[in-house]
Design a protein around this ligand. Sequence first.
Ligand code: ATP
Length: 646
Amino acid sequence: MTSLMIDQLRAWTSAGWLRPLDLAFAQFLIRLDPQAPALLPLAGALLARLEGEGHTCIALEDFLGAPERFLDWPAPGHAMLATALGDWPHAAQWTETLARSRCVQVTERNAPVPANGAETPLVLSAARLYLRRYWRDQQFIAEALRQRAQQRVADAANPEALRPWLEQLFPASDEPGDALPWQKIACALALRSHFSIITGGPGTGKTYTAARFMALLMATSSTPLRIVLAAPTGKAAVRIDESLQSAVGTLPQLSQIPDMTAAFARLRPARTLHSLLGARPDSRRFRHDAANPLELDVLVVDEASMIHQEMMAALLRALPPAARLILLGDQDQLASVEAGAVLAELSLGSGKYDAETCHYMQASCGAAPRPGDNGPSPLAANIIRLQRSHRFNAEIGALADAVHGGHPETAVRILQTAHTGTLAWQPAPAIHRILELARPESAYGRVWQAAGQPPPKDRQQHSAWVKTILNDYAGFRILCALRQGPWGVTGINRAIEDYLQRQGILQSRGLWYAGRPTLVTRNDPNLGLSNGDIGIALPDPDKRLRVYFPNSEEAPRAILPSRLNHTESAWAMTVHKAQGSEFAHTVLILPPEDSPVLSRELLYTAITRARKCFTLIAPRERLENAIQRQTRRMSGLHAALYDPRR
Ligand SMILES: Nc1ncnc2c1ncn2[C@@H]1O[C@H](COP(=O)(O)OP(=O)(O)OP(=O)(O)O)[C@@H](O)[C@H]1O
């Protein structure tokens, strides 16, 4: 039976439904337990495959009820899967059957896994099947966050004493009508707790609120605090520094901090989580962990929707118990490519507050929502969702709302009737229309023109020239839903490079040419570059080609192209890679044929990258299908956090 199952899995691998890695994992399980029931290799291969799609477990009831919602297989594949699953159609049969294998540990409820003697590769708990590593991280995160959420900061100011500070930092006139002052409330909650989340769409003031929180800590702390900023990617780290700098400009004068700008300038620039934790090349382990914790008092992490489960566990392990962690992010955006949508799982429980928390809000902020029913979880008391956008263009905002709310007709109507300067829609994808968007007077056109000129010889002028080109490039971006194919990143990049050659702008067609926007596709700690960083290849003052990367206020960093081993052109990039960035004009291309990656979250993330103008290139049917398709990642984190019995 088991060997028949392995043959079956081999056939599915040849058909491209499973990856060779998934098959190898199934074979590994059989080597560990040759007597195992045939369900074991099947379950193992499916689990590995689903992990590759971002799921941290198989939630058995959900998956067995509708495998097609989770596996992008063609109909014949699903028919064969249904036959293979014939003997085990429900979670109960899986539990009973897998319990017989020495590869699976079945634990009920939230029982901690014994530290020794039971290092099975798989864990089955509460009708969810996990790779042990994911189970262990999930349990650790749930426990660590529950503890942090309940623990109050020892020397937190009492709420009445906080009130005048908060009134000064968040003037009442900021909130319209009878809306609750959520920014003020978020700040007050973050001040009393060791863990908090400030979530909200673009421009809702997450950084504005975090800056006030930091200023208040600086003003009221008796000892200087080590405040550290971080983000999951290099680009997001650069961006939080920029937004924080502008938020500092909006802070009122506090007598305790005579020079606010200087106080914030003393903070180190934001770092990537990888570099903060001390990533080691070719290892999953970090230099900082429970035995060697981070040296900080407050950690603010921006773009937290991109933190995957393994990273969150590593971060919590390395965080000293007395430190405060504040996560900022938009829970509705695409989650990280890696498994686990931590911010979304955590934020699902938000919006309900217990009576004690509401009392604290009232005392510190002069306003509070009504307490929630059924004794809301202590964790929920640390999560605030900001609602009102202070930056967004109204039409782009309305489109993002229609997509997020799952209303295809409204989205179509907005796109059809919108003001052309803001929203544009080309329902018939055509490559010449895309190239038109990159015409000479556009941002990309300016990049091409400048890159074709002789570079300034003077170093300072050269640096200013590079900065202008980087800024032009940063103002416009083509985003694709797919990586491959004519409407994917590779196809669009090729079409643009062909066009540049036809126009005589690109003389040679090697990998490197002046003006090539260059996306780094792997972390390179030696060069201080992270996966997702973008530079532009340009001549230096001596006309030698270098790749220039933005560097906050300083001169852009120049790196020899030959030192960059993992790069691709970035005229177009995936929506995933654009997370954490904004562009004045964002173009999104959806392919003519359907694909499971075309989801509501992908559209929402792409639209919210646009600051002033959004162009959609997609057939109406693709747009409507994508809005209707909501990504669901299987995970037990939410249940482990909010229902400790499970
Ligand atoms: N209460 C407020 N009153 C006035 N202006 C505000 C307020 N809150 C935010 N803003 C302004 O709105 C803009 C967006 O704020 P901020 O950058 O903090 O949003 P964000 O949620 O961090 O955005 P993103 O998701 O893009 O990181 C900023 O210009 C900020 O100064």
